[in-house]
Design a protein. Structure first.
Length: 251
């Protein structure tokens, strides 16, 4: 059974360095019915012999994988983005287990983002997401291999489809989107254009300063990403920014 909800989810690997990992991920994606592999600036040959040996009969996933230079390119068209993290961070983010957060990906065009093997996702890369996933491992040895982490998430996604599970308040944390929130979320590229326009406007009026703009914008990104803005809401905010820009221009 190949469910379109699974085939529409992008599995995005940022700067993968191990061809064996890439091949193993292609294989498990085909095992579990996921269809879109995106490689951001890969540091290995994703169609080389090592990758193909691990992929076995999923080498077509390697040859069809989309290779892009930046994470932003890979996220074009995505309304819902979950970033994975294995490290404790000083960021004020709430992490969820795969079983708690992955149902959200099945409700629209979506991506699940994994970082490089040696460092995971950077803070800037994390702020491209609206929600965050952490696999609950033993504190004695928490580090998972990249292919293992992807395997766990792909399996959980397939189980959700097969069992038609829905998160329950009795058994899970509050999901990132509450009932009644808009379902037509703004796609990634529309949100990114809004953030760029917002930063330019706030610099222009003196609310942001060049040396602190990055850290302030990270906090503002988190604020707006938590709001799960619809396309109409982002358009309204862009209109407010345009009006502000017109108002402060010298007459």
């Amino acid at each position: 059974m190949s469910d379109p909800r699974l085939r529409d989810i992008k599995i995005i690997l940022v700067e993968p360095a191990g061809p064996l990992n890439v091949g193993a991920i292609a294989r498990v994606m085909k095992n579990m019915g996921l269809g879109q592999l995106i490689l951001v600036n890969p540091h290995c040959d994703p169609v080389g012999e090592d990758a193909k040996r691990m992929a076995v009969h999923a080498d077509d996933y390697l040859t069809q994988a989309q290779v892009v230079e930046t994470l932003s390119e890979g996220l074009v068209g995505c309304e819902r983005v979950i970033a994975t993290t294995a490290r404790s961070r000083r960021l004020q983010i709430a992490t969820h287990s795969p079983r708690q957060i992955l149902p959200w990906l099945l409700e629209g065009s979506a991506a699940l983002v994994f970082g490089p093997e040696d460092r995971g996702l950077s803070n800037d890369e994390l702020y491209h997401a609206q929600a965050f996933l952490q696999i609950p491992t033993s504190p004695e040895y928490a580090a998972l291999n990249l292919a293992q982490a992807v395997t766990i998430c792909c399996y959980e996604l397939r189980q959700l489809v097969l069992e038609d599970l829905n998160p329950s308040p009795e058994t899970s944390l509050q999901p990132p989107v509450e009932a009644g929130q808009p379902q037509n979320l703004a796609p990634f590229q529309q949100r990114e254009a809004f953030f760029q326009a917002l930063e330019a406007a706030l610099l222009e009026i003196g609310y942001l300063y060049p040396h602190t703009a990055k850290s302030r914008m990270q906090k503002l990104r988190q604020l707006f990403n938590r709001s799960h803005l619809s396309a109409q809401e982002v358009a309204m905010l862009r209109g407010m920014i345009r009006q502000l820009h017109w108002k402060i221009q010298p007459k």
